[in-house]
Design a protein around this ligand. Structure first.
Ligand code: 6R9
Length: 649
């Protein structure tokens, strides 16, 4: 349908870095035919202390990729110091505080001083090159200072989203073997206090591994400080000088670890390295958002997720941009919050998630109309498939038809955006992430046969057929898991875990996860993680968790629970409340189940495998087309589950 194709807007094309489809196609071909030349050119936009010897090297058998090896650089130097001669007085960060209308501007020069002081504090506390530092904070400037301080001295940061529970935090601290944790006394989010330090205390109770806890002061809230272990960050930075030498890191030295969920219960710490990651983050940030030096760039994600790493911190700062860090939520104090920030700061590029857009669309257009939004030019989205009607709303209402919507598909593992429109190049279709970025080779594989599907109008498992500099190198401490998870299912390809369709024009439509991962408000959650949290409750014998369509969250969390003998309170509200609380406690509030279905059985094959396909259908109120259920050990269970589900609706 022609009305479904939104042509490139002439005023956007005019100032774009790349202006025509022909130019995109020419460069795209070059990027695949001669990746070494292509990425070598892009890496030159960074400042290197020592040039690389080879652009790319791979041991495909071992799944070991390196980019720019032999080269030396420092990510912090590239994001901060190198801008000082010409951009010292430019604002690097604008901290939009929880309270509306309160902003702090931090110039590149100030950023350098803050970062150097924190780096000196880390050094003073024994942090050495290669050591891991856990950062557990909400969105305050100290979070960015600490990440960059780690990068400066060659320490590896592991940022844990401030919404994770003590137990989740503990697992991540132990897995990455962090000797230092950096946190704040309390966070502030949506007018509420987040007990960060208390959670850290619980996470590391009785643990000798963590030697130092540095505590930023965000509120006036008092917290217990353990002598010999806990230090106030402001008191420590006050003792330090504002200069600190950069470590010359190897291009393949680790930059950070970031945990994400997979199909098994244990989160994986994806490891990203320095040269390739930074090249990719900076280059994608510049082209996908068509970034120019006078832009005010606002990515509303949390730095606890990969989007914040690549597109609040590393990409924008490597490009010398002004990047907004947003402490609050899109609905605090009301649904006008984003647009107030846009008008107050003159935001030109906004990057957010479909879940936020759905909540804002539901609140009504009057919140938007209250603000002019005239500065906006590019509207980005990421995290989950965007419903075409929400895409249209973003384009028509928020952007008044003037702005380009870029639906960007990527993952924690990919380091940066892989499938996306380019503002000056790509006609867009609502709901489609459109075309691959440079160097990216999407392959759609038939999930049954593992055979790549050629041509257009095909759908299947989304794989990637060529390496790119931003990709994660390993799972921290478990390279076998990295290989097994991503490179064995479809030999020769990286398997994304997503399903996708390539339409008649060669455009990609991501259909969502096809593994046991659900996407709740743009947060990845392994169903196995929720299951183990539930089973840890004394009342629960067995649990099976699936996603179902949810109007705001994208997917809701639906838990089928079998109770132990003696817990016969089927449907007891108290027990259901307790089970929801259990998951909050074990994983974090964002993982709280939407539905607990106390059930009398689960559909299992004779070999005991739960048929989740059936559970997904029932949770979504789709009772037809269950497929062949004759292989079930107990075929009756299906009709019982349907009955229970219908009763509860
Ligand atoms: C960046 C990020 C990755 C998963 C990914 C996919 C989903 C992300 C999307 C999208 C459709 C988009 N996803 N962007 N699905 N369209 N534009 O979100 O990383 O937290 O690792 O999640 O999110 O399912 O596999 P991460």
């Amino acid at each position: 349908m022609s009305e479904d194709l939104f042509p490139v807007k002439p005023h956007i094309r005019e100032r774009a870095h790349i202006k025509t489809m022909e130019e995109y196609q020419r460069l795209y071909r070059l990027s695949l035919d001669n990746p070494e030349w292509f990425w070598g050119e892009q890496a030159k936009s960074l400042t290197w202390f020592h040039p690389w010897q080879s652009v790319f090297d791979a041991d495909y058998k071992e799944v070991d990729f390196s980019w720019f090896s032999g080269g030396r650089l420092n990510a912090c130097f590239n994001c901060v110091d190198r801008h000082l001669p010409h951009l010292g007085d430019k604002t690097a960060l604008i901290w939009a505080q929880d309270e509306p209308g309160v902003y702090t501007h931090i110039t590149y020069r100030d950023l350098k001083h803050h970062v150097a002081r924190v780096a000196n504090v880390l050094l003073h506390n024994g942090v050495q090159k290669g050591d891991r530092v856990c950062i557990y904070m909400t969105m305050i400037p100290e979070l960015v200072y600490t990440m960059l301080a780690c990068a400066r001295i060659g320490a590896v940061h592991s940022v844990v989203f401030g919404g994770f529970s003590a137990e989740s935090l503990r697992d991540r601290i132990v897995d990455a073997h962090c000797k230092v944790v950096v946190t704040a006394n309390e966070g502030l989010r949506g007018g509420k206090r987040v007990p960060l330090k208390r959670t850290v205390d619980r996470a590391i109770e009785g643990m000798s591994l963590v030697e130092t806890v540095l505590v930023a002061r965000r509120t006036d809230g008092d917290v217990p400080m353990q002598p010999g272990r806990d230090l106030w960050l402001d008191e420590e930075t006050a003792k330090q000088r504002s200069t600190c030498t950069n470590e010359w890191m190897g291009a393949e030295d680790p930059l950070f670890i970031l945990y994400t969920s997979g199909s098994t219960g244990k989160p994986k710490g994806l490891l990203h390295t320095t040269g390739g990651y930074l090249t990719y983050a900076a280059f994608t940030h510049k082209l996908v958002f068509d970034y120019h030096p006078d832009d005010i760039y606002f990515c509303a994600a949390d730095v606890g997720w990969v989007t914040g790493h690549s597109y609040i911190v590393y990409g924008p700062l490597a490009n010398g941009a002004t990047s907004v860090i947003f402490e609050s939520t899109p609905l605090y104090p009301d649904a006008g919050r984003y647009w107030q920030i846009v008008d107050d700061l003159g935001v030109t590029i906004l990057y957010t998630a479909p879940t936020a857009l759905r909540a804002l669309a539901q609140a009504g257009d009057s919140w938007i109309k209250k603000y002019s939004r005239k500065s906006l030019r590019i509207l980005g989205t990421v995290g989950e498939p965007i419903n075409p009607e929400v895409w249209r709303w973003y384009h028509d209402v928020v952007g008044e038809g003037r702005c380009t919507v870029v639906d960007t598909w990527w993952q924690t593992e990919t380091g940066g955006i892989l499938i996306t429109p380019l503002p000056g190049v790509t006609p867009t279709k609502p709901g489609s992430a459109t075309l691959p970025f440079f160097g990216v080779k999407p392959v759609i594989v038939d999930p049954a046969t593992g055979v790549p599907l050629e041509g257009n109008d095909v759908s299947g498992a989304l794989c990637l057929g060529a390496p790119w500099p931003g990709q994660a190198r390993t799972v921290h401490g478990d390279h076998k898991r990295f290989r097994d998870t991503y490179f064995t299912q479809y030999p020769g390809y990286y398997f994304t875990g997503d399903g996708a369709r390539r339409d008649e024009d060669g455009y990609y439509w991501i259909t969502g996860r096809i593994d046991d991962v659900i996407n709740v408000s743009g947060h990845r959650l392994g169903t196995a993680e929720v299951e183990s949290a539930l089973v840890a409750h004394e009342a629960v014998a067995e649990a099976a968790v699936v996603g179902y369509p949810h109007p705001i969250k994208g997917q809701g969390i639906y838990c089928y629970v079998l109770l132990n003998h003696g817990y016969t309170e089927q449907g007891s509200q108290q027990l259901i409340g307790a089970l929801k609380e259990q998951v909050r406690q074990v994983i974090g509030a964002f993982a709280a189940p939407d539905v607990i279905h106390i059930s009398s059985g689960l559909p299992k094959t004779r070999s005991g495998k739960i048929m989740r396909r059936i559970l997904r259908k029932i949770a979504s109120s789709e009772y037809d087309g269950m497929g062949d259920i004759s292989t079930l050990a107990e075929p009756d269970v299906v009709s019982r589950l349907i009955e229970e589900h219908q009763k509860s609706q």
